[in-house]
Design a protein around this ligand. Structure first.
Ligand SMILES: Cc1ncc(C[n+]2csc(CCOP(=O)(O)OP(=O)(O)O)c2C)c(N)n1
Ligand SMILES: [Mg+2]
Length: 538
């Protein structure tokens, strides 16, 4: 083993040690050493056709392998194309290492082509931004991973100057930072909380993304079953509790229709346990829905929250599972919700989102759910379809439905599905997109073809920005900028080497799904639905 390596190798080796096996992006001359270092370390570099999509492919891999996502962008336009996905990683709490090529600091004093302050761009949308420095390359690599993965997960940016990447440094890395051990509350606040749990007659849990990122699903389920606590999750935490469980009230977030059941239910509770819940995913209808002086509210979060969307009676900045363990240790369970309120809420939600439409978006979702096997991984884009899907698509496990639900960006579902399928080719993967969101990233079908992966891309074709058109109509504004052509999505799929089929009935969709599951290429299934099909449905 040589005793010196390039600074870029130090970075790549540390990422490999963190479990990273795939990086996504688009090269430019300024990142060639970096890409070579990644490949040398055992991290495959995948060429996407847009850096934003590259970031979502990387996120898709992360949801499968748990390692930080890696996005690579070259100087200037390349890196700037990733702004949206990096902001998403911050708001949606995705550990992501963003590597960007840049000019050497001395060069940048006299050479200006494509040069801009990339750190200034990324600082507000990352947890930290570094400029790689050869002498500190090992330390910066370790810090970046620690910051991205500890506490609230999120993105960390590293600007990699061209000649720094190539600078020889010692191959010997200092010891890595030991991960922080999970903390639990103690003292009088814990005793108070335990007292509330022991006497609560109508407790409820609202579980969010921290619980997913901390792998607290088993702890949530055990706790819920022991104390008979119904569980509501945010969209990102769907499946933390299997959604067919008698105690699961499914996902909450963007559906006023679901809120009609869920908000009064929470308001009728006498103990609200927020378990890693970040209300960044919620509509204004969830702002201050309880009074922490009247209801007992315990907020368990990975980092102090100052969102002021709600307040709690007790704030624990602790680990979700460890805290549930501390609350329940020796606390006797008692009967809760004795009037059948949980089953009634479940029934009310089921009635709000019927599955028996002959055709339309709900029929598309219902058919896909019935035909695709348990364990299918799904992704959803932003738009009216996602709200309906998030209420109707029942998840058996965490991360079974990937989406952007804090930033709520369009264009994420297709690349996330490509990444997830690449990371676990044997698991069925389906993405759901609106027609506009699909068009934002249709070029990435080329990447699916090149990677030889076979996800199923379902497109809700209504020739409309349905969610926005609905809002525009509700406000009685003129119909402007929300309608577009009904494009031939099946033909787009075929053009990129996949299968493509247009469906207009449950029977056609069923056949298309069966064919797609048997296919060895990706499939685009264009489901034609009526304009305005979401009226009264979300
Ligand atoms: C990148 C981005 N641009 C704009 C928006 C605002 N927006 C939210 S939903 C939506 C409509 C999406 O239309 P489509 O993909 O066809 O889905 P549909 O609502 O029709 O189901 C828009 C424009 C957004 N969330 N993200
Ligand atoms: Mg649409």
């Amino acid at each position: 083993m040589p005793d010196t390596i390039r600074a870029a190798d130090a970075l790549a080796r540390r990422l490999y040690a963190a479990g990273c096996r795939t990086a996504f992006g688009m090269p430019g001359g300024e990142v060639l050493t970096l890409i070579d270092a990644l490949e040398t370390a055992g991290i495959r570099f995948v060429l996407a056709k847009h850096e934003n999509a590259a970031g979502f492919m990387a996120e898709g891999v992360h949801h499968v392998d748990g390692a930080p996502a890696i996005l690579v962008g070259t100087i200037g336009p390349g890196t700037l194309n990733g702004v949206n996905v990096v902001a998403n990683a911050l708001q949606d709490q995705v550990p992501m290492i963003v590597l960007s090529g840049c000019m050497d600091a001395d060069e940048a004093q006299t050479y200006t082509h494509q040069v801009l302050d990339q750190q200034a761009v990324f600082r507000p949308i990352t947890k930290a931004s570094f400029a790689l420095n050869a002498g500190a390359a090992h330390v910066i690599a370790d810090k970046a991973i620690a910051i991205a993965t500890e506490g609230r997960m999120g993105p960390v940016h590293i600007d990699v100057p061209i000649s720094v990447a190539d600078t020889q440094i010692t191959a010997i890395a200092p010891p890595a930072r030991a991960p922080a051990s999970p903390g639990a509350p103690s003292g009088t606040d814990l005793e108070t909380a335990r007292g509330w749990l022991a006497t609560a007659k109508r407790p409820v849990m609202i579980v969010g993304v921290d619980a997913v990122n901390q792998g607290a699903n088993d702890a949530v389920r055990r706790f819920a079953e022991m104390y008979q606590v119904p569980v509501i999750t945010t969209y990102k935490a769907k499946g933390v509790m299997p959604e067919d469980h008698v105690l699961s009230l499914g996902g909450a977030g963007l559906s006023p229709l679901a809120d009609k059941t869920l908000v009064p239910f929470v308001q009728s509770s006498d103990l609200i346990l927020c378990v890693g819940y970040d209300p960044i995913e919620m509509r204004p209808g969830w702002r201050d829905i309880w009074d922490p002086r009247v209801q007992n509210v315990i907020d368990i979060t990975a980092a102090p929250n100052h969102h002021y969307m709600h307040q709690a009676t007790l704030n624990f900045v602790t680990d979700c599972a460890a805290t549930l363990g501390a609350l329940s240790d020796g606390t006797p369970p008692q009967a809760t919700w004795t009037q059948g309120e949980v089953a009634a809420a479940k029934a009310s939600l089921a009635a709000a989102f019927p599955t028996d439409d002959v055709w339309g978006p709900a029929a598309v979702i219902d058919t896909c759910r019935k035909v695709l096997p348990a364990g299918t991984r799904a992704s959803a884009d932003s738009g009216a379809h996602r709200i309906l899907l998030s209420q109707m698509w029942h998840c058996e496990a965490p991360r079974a439905l990937m989406q952007s639900s804090a930033l709520c960006t369009m264009g994420c579902a297709v690349p996330m599905a490509i990444g997830a399928k690449l990371a676990a080719p044997d698991v069925p993967v389906v993405s759901f997109s609106g027609d506009a969101g699909f068009l934002m990233v249709a070029g990435e079908l080329s990447t699916a073809a090149e990677l030889n992966v076979a996800p199923i891309f379902v497109v809700f074709v209504d020739a409309s920005l349905a969610l926005i058109e609905k809002k525009q109509r509700e406000r009685q504004l003129s119909n402007t900028g929300v309608d577009f052509m009904k494009h031939d999505f099946a033909a787009i799929g075929k053009a990129f080497g996949g299968a493509g089929v247009t469906v207009q009935s449950r029977a056609e969709l069923e056949i298309a799904l069966q064919d797609a599951m048997a296919a060895d290429t990706f499939s685009v299934i264009a489901a034609i639905i009526e304009r305005g099909a979401y009226d009264g449905r979300i």
